[in-house]
Design a protein around this ligand. Structure first.
Ligand SMILES: *Cc1c(COP(=O)(O)O)cnc(C)c1O
Length: 217
């Protein structure tokens, strides 16, 4: 598939949901992809990208920023506290705030740096032991904790369990966001972004459908 096909599908899904396409940010997830493929998507005019790992992002995006204006980078992978400062300097948004220690570390760096990326709290909607994110039952109190730190909290993020119907998880995330007056919803990937848009996604994270399969190793 191509960027223009995905953009068209995003527009159709938004229209069918009675929403404006402008309210859905398409994050092109470029992790592991060869630089030539990423450059091709930049050449098509796309500027919003996502990376999983701070180190990979640091090795790739400063050079692209010298060549292309207006890049918006989103970090969507688990974040260690000792990489928080570097993440804040690299990215315009961090989608994976998931524990008090990380929120406190980000708050301390924000004081010193004088800026802070947009933040999303990751919710482990499927309550999977191996997955990051706060449990749904703990989400309200953690949201309050992040707000008390005076951080720019924009919304919530989830990654549904692979074998489950994703829309149930999207609906749960939307419900937690609504009762906490949060408008940002980072949800939906290559296989399910249309249903995420139907349930209110403001940020969809699409990798392989844009770039092709990731080849690890
Ligand atoms: C890799 C990744 C994506 C993109 O997945 P695709 O299935 O390739 O679209 C989205 N979100 C997160 C958190 C990811 O790690």
């Amino acid at each position: 598939m191509s960027l223009s096909e995905i953009t068209a599908r995003v527009a159709t899904a938004a229209e069918q949901a009675g929403r404006s396409t402008d309210d859905v940010s398409l994050i092109a997830v470029s992790k592991v992809q060869p630089n030539a493929r990423v450059a091709a998507v930049l050449d098509e005019g796309h500027r919003i990208f996502g990376e999983n790992k701070v180190q990979e992002a640091a090795g790739k995006w400063p050079a692209f920023r010298e060549l292309y204006d207006g890049i918006e980078l989103h970090l969507i992978g688990p974040l260690q506290t000792n990489k928080a400062k570097q993440a804040m300097q690299l990215a315009q948004a961090i989608h994976t705030v998931d524990r008090p220690k990380l929120a406190q570390t980000i708050a301390r760096h924000a004081q010193n740096l004088g800026f802070c990326p947009d933040l999303f709290i990751q919710v482990n909607t499927g309550e999977e032991p191996q997955k990051a994110g706060v449990l749904p039952a703990e989400a309200d109190s953690f949201i309050a904790e992040v707000r008390a730190l005076d951080l720019p909290l924009r919304g919530l993020m989830c990654i549904p369990p692979v074998e489950e119907e994703p829309s149930l998880h999207f609906a749960l995330l939307a419900k937690i966001a609504a009762r906490n007056d949060l408008t940002g919803l980072s949800m939906g990937m290559s296989s399910d972004f249309e249903s995420a848009i139907a349930l209110g996604a403001t940020h969809i994270r699409v990798g392989s459908a844009i770039f092709g399969e990731r080849v690890y190793g």
